[in-house]
Design a binder for this molecule. Structure first.
Ligand SMILES: C[S@@+](CC[C@H](N)C(=O)[O-])C[C@H]1O[C@@H](n2cnc3c(N)ncnc32)[C@H](O)[C@@H]1O
Length: 279
């Protein structure tokens, strides 16, 4: 494995499961806590919890964590018609990286975050700032080989516990990047169901078009993946897979996609691309 591939793996969110990495990550917490207090960001979750959502980054103090959340919020405003009054669902919200930014933006709207990884979700649920905003966080026991391998329910069949036509905006940041194609198909149907008419779904993805094929060398069903043993660690798709899945559920494509930097595009989400569908 090349150093570049190892570094990419570390950035991709589940490296904290490695016991050595996990110990090192916890060792950073006291310094991170001190820096956060100095910078007035003492309210953020500790580094070891943020790493479960954001991956291992040199982000001691949480500055980048906040910046990424604000970038996502701006993308939602620009491309998913997010307004201060929107009812918003974030699938795979982790420890609240994007919720903190939405807490600054939403006024009469509301936010529900759901995730399947207990520690991260509890980091968001127990956060005082997000509690004051009355943001809701749902922990769901859905299986994912990278994040919740002993989960009770299959993602390919799970019915999201939200009423039909209840959200203006549904979004997912670096979540379809961990889901297999039959799971994506089910979630697309669920998203189409819970969105209000004209509601929008924005998500990030590793789009395969123009990407170095050695990045995702393995194939199964309609997805390509990077890690042979645990495909859910990093999964990539062709754009037309998403188009056919969402249009099959009565949604249409656009605006976009915004191609990520890896494609020479302008998407601010680095190596991930941004895709939007409208109901
Ligand atoms: C790389 S993290 C990103 C977290 C968050 N979206 C962010 O931007 O900080 C991927 C998240 O997707 C969640 N996830 C994976 N499979 C899921 C599923 N089937 N349903 C909901 N969340 C899932 C994981 O638990 C994890 O928190």
């Amino acid at each position: 494995m090349s150093l570049r591939t190892m570094a990419r793996g570390l950035m991709r969110g589940v490296s904290w499961k490695n016991p050595v990495v996990n110990t090192a990550v916890h060792a950073v917490d006291p310094v991170d806590s001190l820096l956060r207090r100095i910078n007035g960001q003492g309210y953020l979750p500790p580094y070891s919890v943020r790493a479960r959502s954001a991956g291992i980054r040199l982000d001691i103090g949480g500055k980048e964590f906040l910046q990424v959340g604000r970038t996502i919020c701006n993308l939602l405003i620009a491309h998913a018609a997010l307004t201060p009054d929107s009812n918003t669902l974030e699938i795979g919200c982790g420890c609240g990286r994007n919720a903190f930014a939405l807490a600054e933006f939403l006024r009469d709207g509301n936010y529900t975050g759901m995730d399947i990884e207990r520690v991260a979700l509890q980091g968001a649920r127990g956060n005082q700032l997000l509690r004051r905003k009355r943001f809701a966080f749902d922990l769901l026991d859905v299986r994912n080989d990278a994040y919740n391998p002993a989960g009770r329910y299959a993602a390919a069949e799970y019915v999201l516990p939200y009423p039909d036509r209840s959200f203006d905006v549904v979004f997912m940041v670096s979540v379809f990047t961990h889901m297999l194609s039959d799971e994506v198909k089910n979630y697309a149907a669920q998203i189409a169901r819970v969105l209000k008419p004209a509601g929008r779904c924005l998500f990030t993805a590793f789009l395969l078009e123009g990407r170095d094929p050695t990045e995702f060398p393995f194939q199964s069903q309609e997805h390509s993946y990077a890690n042979q043993a645990i495909p859910a660690i990093a999964v990539a798709y062709r754009l037309d897979f998403f188009s056919s899945v969402f249009t099959a559920n009565g949604m249409f494509s656009g605006p976009g996609p915004l191609w990520g930097a890896i494609h020479g595009g302008v998407s601010p989400t680095r190596d991930q691309d941004v895709v939007v569908f409208t109901k």
